[in-house]
Design a protein around this ligand. Structure first.
Ligand code: 5GP
Length: 329
């Protein structure tokens, strides 16, 4: 047994220090990024925020709105089998995720990114699957995860991943940390995995744990190339699910609800998710505008004229959680 005594941080453990700036307006901030991918050699430009590949939020209607903002949709897994055509927005702005046994379905995808997505990206079987997907799809931009450490980020990149998905346990409807005790504070995971990936000219997705636009800012500031959000997009008109008494259901992909829906009690990603009710929040477009304005504002506070330079302009300040909890309310 070992104990790592280094301090590891979650988003709520830091704030970003304001800095002098020559910028006069949020409108000057460019939120688009251009990423050139290591293995596929393809280039992608857009606002690098992704909807999580979860039943309720990874929907065709979500894609229509996210496309308009040049953001990315990760469709819920069940669409991969035979409903890919339902997604009518920008083709390049989709990332299709599947499991280890869905490599053949992923091979059929002609546009956007593809990815292998498992709860635990640390197994040899998973690394072999990434290698196999790369062999079968040499020109595809491939994402793979989830992991939370530099060593495994590098291993997945060397196995053929262009983008590594980072996050174990931070999700709003995830119960992995409670059920298993496994996890890693998300901001530190992002910083360490981004550093490892960037050293190899690869990219990362910070997946899960953002509850506000400020958290998305902190993920980008920590080095994330993409940020994936689930709960922040839940409860909107574009989500799947009924509105009852002003609330909509939002469930984890490893929850009982997901297993019931997909008749998959062998477990989708292990029984480590829960179901919550979210107050219905109307059009997702309004939420997205709010998120984007928060990120623009953050950039002006630190003097970054683009999302690309935000990380360079960032000094995180550690805060204690009590203060931050009061701040958030
Ligand atoms: P959020 O943005 O809601 O905090 O996190 C979304 C992320 O939570 C997803 O992209 C996915 O990685 C993770 N997630 C979704 N469903 C489950 C689940 O049932 N269990 C676990 N452990 N993680 C989940």
């Amino acid at each position: 047994m070992l104990i790592n005594e280094e301090i590891k941080l979650d988003y709520s453990d830091v704030l970003i220090r304001p800095k002098r700036s020559t910028m006069s307006s949020r409108g000057e901030v460019n939120l688009e990024r251009t990423h050139k991918f290591l293995w596929s050699k393809k280039e992608w430009s857009g606002i690098p925020i992704m909807s999580a590949n979860m039943d309720t939020v990874g929907t065709p209607s979500m894609h229509t709105v996210l496309s308009k903002h040049n953001m990315v949709t990760c469709p819920a897994r069940h669409y991969l089998k035979n409903s890919t055509k339902e997604f009518k927005g920008k083709e390049d702005n989709i990332c299709w995720f599947g499991g280890i046994d869905e490599i053949d379905n992923l091979k059929e995808v002609q546009s956007g990114f593809i990815g292998l997505d498992v709860a635990n990206g640390y197994t040899i079987r998973f690394v072999d699957a990434v290698k196999k997907l790369r062999e079968k799809c040499p020109d595809a931009t491939i994402a793979a995860g989830n992991v939370v450490t530099a060593d495994m980020t590098q291993e997945l990149v060397l196995a053929g991943a262009d983008i590594v998905k980072v996050g174990i346990g931070p999700g709003s409807v995830c119960t992995t940390r409670i059920k298993t005790g496994i996890g890693y504070p998300q901001l530190s995971a992002v910083i360490e995995c981004a550093d490892a990936a960037h050293g190899l000219n690869a990219h990362i997705i910070a997946d899960g744990g953002c509850v506000s636009s400020g958290d998305i800012v902190k993920a980008f500031a920590g080095g994330a190339d993409f940020v994936m959000i689930g709960g922040m997009l839940a409860g909107h008109d574009e989500c799947e699910g009924k509105i009852e008494n002003g609330f909509m259901e939002f469930y984890g992909m490893a929850s009982e609800s997901a297993m019931d829906k997909h008749d998959n009690h062998n477990s989708y990603r292990g029984a480590e998710g829960k179901t919550v009710k979210i107050p219905h929040r109307g059009r997702v477009d309004d939420t997205i505008k709010d998120i984007l304005s928060g990120i623009r504002s953050a950039c002006t506070y630190v003097g970054a004229n683009s999302l690309r330079t935000l990380s360079k302009c960032t000094t995180f300040v550690r805060v204690n959680n009590t203060h931050n909890t009061i701040y958030e309310h």
